[in-house]
Design a protein around this ligand. Structure first.
Ligand code: GAL
Length: 397
């Protein structure tokens, strides 16, 4: 008896250790939400700006709406010291990175940084290649909660092996850290991102703050992506997303000035339906009320954060009219009627395209008007403004 009893006691910790293989095992069970410096500030990052932005996440109500991570993108780092340790820009971050992380944590938020799997970042700062384990220990000591890992200057490196390596390094440092794979979709990270412990992976090149398609970069290489171009590249990827591992159609441009408010509502609605990470990229210290209301629309955010963790898909298309749908935990569907054209048009969502028999009645709620629209049978039809969406939930009664 005693021996069995002792055996159980001895076994129990071993079993537990086997089950929790990674300290990051339960991260990002819903798509990460936060803010990142790149889309608005590019290399112009500093301690003061980041602290101000963290304050604004709280004051604007974004923290209450679910935004958590405050992420510094490229250009915080300048070189490595004689011991190979990564060095933050002493002018821009005079109190060092731990002080920034401590401040962000003091507000109840989480701290993210950026590095690169290759020898240099896009901004020609030191990358992580060969320093993965050393950097992971440093990040853990700074209190980093989220690492975006880019794919510049990787020459002949294998993407899957490189991201597996940084995940192993982060785990060995013992701190749970979200791993954001920023490989631009080149090596189809949706096929291996989950296996290597990535929590999200970019599916395309970089977003630019515009409605349309791809544009060559100034150096002639291909391409920056407009909203529609990114959207079209999400087709067929939905089955790869789920709790802990998400397709990332890149960060939000909402509020950066290149699109109309209607287009920004479309951008935010579609990202929520795609169960995309919602990483704002505008100046939160200075937002128009319209932009604030888009970013903090709790009914739309609830679609993104739905615990079932399904990514939505396009279920119907006719020319410039599309219907997108996402299954929700309670059996209802979030539905977007999208008008890509230059003129208003009426669009219908047919129940059969949503996975419901056409004979049933369902209640429809508008997530932008915050209004119940009534009970409909078979289909819901509505005029949709140019470049706009109507976003609803459809719930069988
Ligand atoms: C790109 C990346 C962007 C941004 C930029 C920083 O490679 O896709 O999201 O991080 O580098 O230099």
């Amino acid at each position: 008896m005693l021996a069995i009893f002792a055996g159980v006691l001895l076994l129990a910790p071993g079993v537990a250790a086997q089950q929790s293989t990674s300290p990051s095992a339960n991260l990002a069970l819903t798509p990460p939400m936060g803010w990142n410096s790149w889309n608005k500030f590019a290399c112009n990052v500093s301690e003061d700006m980041i602290k101000g932005m963290a304050d604004a996440v709280v004051k604007s109500g974004m923290k209450d709406a679910g935004y958590q991570y405050v992420n510094i993108d490229d250009c915080w780092q300048v070189n490595r010291d004689a011991g190979g340790n990564i060095v933050a820009d002493p002018q821009r971050f005079p109190h060092g990175m731990k002080a920034v992380g401590d401040y962000i944590h003091s507000l109840g938020l989480k701290f993210g940084v950026y590095s690169d799997a290759g020898s240099q970042t896009r901004g020609k700062r030191p990358g992580g290649l060969g320093h993965e384990y050393q950097d992971a220990i440093q990040y853990a000591a700074w209190g980093v909660d989220y690492l975006k890992y880019d794919w510049c200057n990787t020459t002949t490196q294998d993407a899957k092996a490189s991201y597996a390596n940084i995940r192993a390094a982060l785990d060995s440092a013992g701190r749970p850290i979200v791993l954001s794979i920023c490989e631009w979709g080149t090596a189809k990270p949706w096929l291996w991102g989950k296996e290597v412990g990535g929590n999200l992976w970019r599916t395309t090149g970089d977003i630019e703050d515009r409605w349309g398609g791809q544009k060559k970069w100034p150096d002639g290489t291909c391409c920056s992506e407009g909203l529609l171009s990114i959207l079209d590249q999400q087709i067929g990827l939905a089955s790869y997303a789920g709790p802990g591992h998400w397709n990332d159609p890149d960060m939000l441009e909402v509020g950066n000035g290149g699109m109309t408010d209607a287009e920004y509502r479309t951008h935010f609605s579609l990202w929520a339906l795609l169960a995309a990470p919602l990483i704002a990229g505008n100046d939160l210290r200075d937002m128009r009320p319209e932009i604030h209301d888009i970013l903090t629309n709790k009914e739309v955010i609830a679609v993104d954060q739905d615990a079932l963790g399904r990514e939505g898909e396009r279920v119907w298309k006719n020319g410039d009219a599309e219907v997108w749908a996402k299954q929700l935990k309670d059996g209802s569907r979030a539905v977007i009627l999208l008008n890509r054209s230059a003129a208003e048009q009426t669009i219908s969502a047919n129940w059969e395209d949503l996975g419901y028999p056409s004979t049933i009645g369902a209640s429809v709620r508008d997530l932008w008007l915050h209004k119940d629209l009534g009970k409909f049978t078979g289909r819901f039809s509505v005029p949709v403004a140019s470049h706009g969406v109507v976003m609803v939930t459809v719930k069988p009664q």
